[in-house]
Design a protein around this ligand. Structure first.
Ligand code: G4F
Length: 331
């Protein structure tokens, strides 16, 4: 009988971690997650996205700020695959505290790679890179060979992590794959990101719990896919003969304004009646136009996104409306 494959997911309580855990369990994996101790002490709040899976995943407490704690996990448990998703992932926040973003995203990645190199060099490793690495884009659409020009401490930290990953592959022959994932959303997206901020506020407005939506740059363009589609690509990257880097994207780009237009329309509203531009949500440096060319992932991994932009927006609004059904409006 074939041995059950064992995977470790850092960031398992996040949007991508929860979808990936579901996907791997469905494929028959034994799934482990690395979480902060505080999450173990506050499971109701911190494991919200994992509630249905809580009894099926093995969680271990460790901090990405401590090499000793990461080393400790790898010295006690062996893994076939490790998906490194944990990060400070909110770009706007990285302008506020670039130091902790750098620390978690660069050193945290380095700790996991170094511990694997020391203890489990055969474990296959996935690094979550980002389209933010392209920043001030040098070509449209962006692909694996497009030069990086990050525009935020977050983007810079991801370029450093991506380079570290490639260096462990080239220097030590480890199986280190890098995903360059464009924005991916879902009803499980954190409320700080623009898509969920829009869909959750649409639901509040529809339910009489809010009267307006204040946003920053409405003309920023993103290539938005669905997280459930993107975690399949992560898994496929670790099933190839040789490790490599892949862009994962839909190839379509839309403005924040278009996202608003569609999201309000799902609830039967006109966004122009509610959306206000607010300078507080502008960033010191913006990434204006992201759109990816995922032809390599389509060709080599045989990966295809299944959600359309319209389907993604609709699912997010409907889930937020469902979540608020029955909520009392303001007096
Ligand atoms: O939703 P966002 O905050 O996502 P952003 O910055 O593109 O980053 C996300 O995607 C990356 C992949 O490319 C990940 F690496 C990263 O971890 C994260 O998941 O902002 C999207 C756009 C930006 O241009 C922003 O300026 O929306 C614009 N925006 C306009 N008003 C706003 C707002 N963003 C936020 N968060 N809040 C606003 O009020």
């Amino acid at each position: 009988m074939e041995k059950m494959r064992r995977a470790l997911i850092t960031g398992i309580t996040g949007q991508d971690g929860s979808y990936l855990a579901e996907h791997l369990l469905g494929l028959g994996y034994e799934v482990h997650g690395l979480v902060r101790r505080i999450a173990l002490e506050d499971p109701e709040r911190r494991f919200g996205r994992l509630l249905k899976l809580r009894d099926r995943v093995h969680v271990h407490a460790a901090s990405l700020e401590s090499y000793a704690s990461v080393f400790h996990i790898f010295s006690r448990h062996e893994f076939d695959e490790c998906y490194h998703l944990a990060a400070q992932s909110f770009v706007a926040e990285s302008f506020g505290d670039g130091f902790s973003t750098m620390n978690i995203n660069i050193n945290g990645t380095h700790y996991v790679l170094a511990a694997l190199h020391e203890l489990q060099p055969k474990c296959r490793f996935y690094f979550a890179g980002s389209s933010e690495m392209f920043g001030k884009v040098r070509e449209v659409p962006q692909k694996e060979t497009t030069p990086f020009h990050p525009r935020s401490p977050y983007g810079i930290s991801k370029v450093a992590g991506f380079d570290l990953n490639r260096n462990y592959r080239e220097a030590y022959g480890m199986y280190c794959a890098g995903g360059i994932l464009f924005n991916h959303e879902s009803p499980r997206r954190g409320h700080e990101f623009v898509t969920r901020k829009i869909t959750s506020t649409v639901a509040k407005i529809k339910s009489g719990l809010a009267g307006e939506l204040r946003l920053g740059n409405l003309e920023a363009r993103r290539d938005w896919g669905h997280a459930a589609d993107y975690v399949r690509a992560m898994h496929l990257m670790l099933q190839q003969e040789e490790p490599d880097d892949y862009v994962v994207a839909t190839g379509e780009t839309h403005t924040v304004r278009e996202f608003c237009e569609r999201a309000f329309a799902v609830a039967g509203l006109d966004y122009r009646d509610y959306v206000k531009e607010d300078a507080r949500f502008y960033r010191p440096a913006e990434v204006d136009l992201l759109v990816g060319d995922a032809s390599k992932a389509r060709r080599v991994l045989n990966w295809e996104p299944t959600y359309s932009f319209a389907g993604l927006v609709e699912e997010m609004v409907r889930e937020d409306l469902r979540g608020l059904a029955g909520a009392a409006p303001h007096a």
